[in-house]
Design a protein around this ligand. Structure first.
Ligand code: HEC
Length: 313
């Protein structure tokens, strides 16, 4: 045995095994090993390593002494054993014999059964113990399985699946709460709440008024109060224009990196609320798409209706 596990394999292997078991018992993870949480474990590991090395040193010394005491025949026998390859070594042979209980070919006569079909004979071999062992193991497994899942109502696959799904759903909810919100143009609505519109106005006055004027009358950017739209009216189109910007080179940049979708929804609502108001110096109407807030109110804010009403092209 020693021959196949020399000291430089044996010691790290045993130490690694010990380390793994202790980490497992201590609930350590890759990012936070148990010995970081409980520094006493380092002492334990050091002691174990020390003991391992001590055992190796002592056994090496004893072997040396025993070697000296051997007679020349004993030494020859030892060398003979050392020269035998792994699969031929006595303990492997013994193990195989135990696992298979097979008879040597010379002993087959004892197993031969009486009958003979056209020269085909049968041997009454014993069932190999490894196979019988597995068979008993499956019986024990089935009893445990039966008790666990059918008597004590353990979670079956369906319950496990449902639990995992519920857990994942919770994680998604938690993610949505913390992550930048994921509102899209399709889901955005015309917010009529005074608080939302006030928030929209505030964002508009600080970011958009330079080009569209505070009252939406327009200067560099088009008039937002009339019923003519270059890029389309309605929640979906206006949301998209603000998020993605206007035609290239016109000056209306995409704002989606500046604002969260919920803020764009408020801006959209505020822009819509400007429709139909009378600015001080209105810019001439631009754009061929005609849409007014009234369409939204007719449809009572349903997204489908206002999307239909402003379909481009
Ligand atoms: C640098 C000037 C500038 C700023 C700042 C600006 N816009 Fe514009 N905006 C424009 C121009 C120019 C257009 C016309 C784009 C085109 O013709 O494609 C436009 C178009 C629009 C349209 C579409 C109008 C239509 O007729 O379809 C909306 C809605 C709009 N802007 C809203 C906003 C909002 C909300 C902000 C603030 C977050 C904003 N803009 C900031 C220049 C600007």
């Amino acid at each position: 045995m020693k021959k196949f596990f020399p000291v430089y394999v044996r010691v790290p292997l045993l130490f690694g095994l010990f380390f793994a078991i202790i980490e497992w018992l201590g609930g350590g993870t890759l990012s936070e090993p148990a010995f970081m949480k409980h520094p006493m474990l380092i002492v334990l590991f050091a002691l174990f390593l020390f003991a391992l090395i001590a055992v190796e040193v002592v056994s090496a010394a004893t072997n040396k002494v025993l070697d000296r005491l051997m007679t020349s025949e004993e030494r020859a026998e030892k060398e003979r054993l050392a020269a035998i390859p792994f699969t031929e070594s006595p303990w492997v042979k013994k193990l195989l014999k135990k696992l298979t209980r097979s008879k040597a070919i010379e002993e087959e006569k004892e197993l031969l059964m009486e009958h003979d079909y056209d020269g085909i004979k049968e041997l009454d071999n014993e069932l190999p113990p490894w196979w019988v062992g597995l068979f008993y193991a499956t019986i024990i497994f089935s009893v445990i399985y039966l008790l666990r899942y059918h008597v004590f109502e353990g979670d079956n696959q369906i319950v496990e699946f449902e639990k995992a799904m519920a857990e994942a759903k919770e994680q998604v909810e938690a993610y949505k709460k913390n992550a930048p919100d994921m509102l899209t143009a399709e889901q955005a609505r015309y917010l009529t709440d005074a608080g939302d519109l006030a928030a929209g106005k505030q964002l508009f006055d600080t970011n958009c008024a330079v080009c569209h004027r505070t009252d939406g009358g327009g200067s560099i950017g088009p008039n937002l109060t009339d019923d003519h739209w270059i890029l389309g009216g309605g929640v979906k189109n206006i949301f998209n224009t603000i998020a993605e910007g206007g035609r290239p080179g016109k000056g209306m940049v995409p704002w989606k990196t500046t604002f969260k979708p919920a803020e764009i929804e408020k801006l959209t609502s505020y822009v819509i609320s400007l429709n139909g108001t009378t600015p001080v110096e209105p810019k001439a109407a631009e754009g061929d798409i005609v849409w007014s807030k009234a369409e939204l109110e007719d449809a009572e804010g349903t997204d489908e209706m206002d999307a239909d009403a402003t379909e481009q092209e």
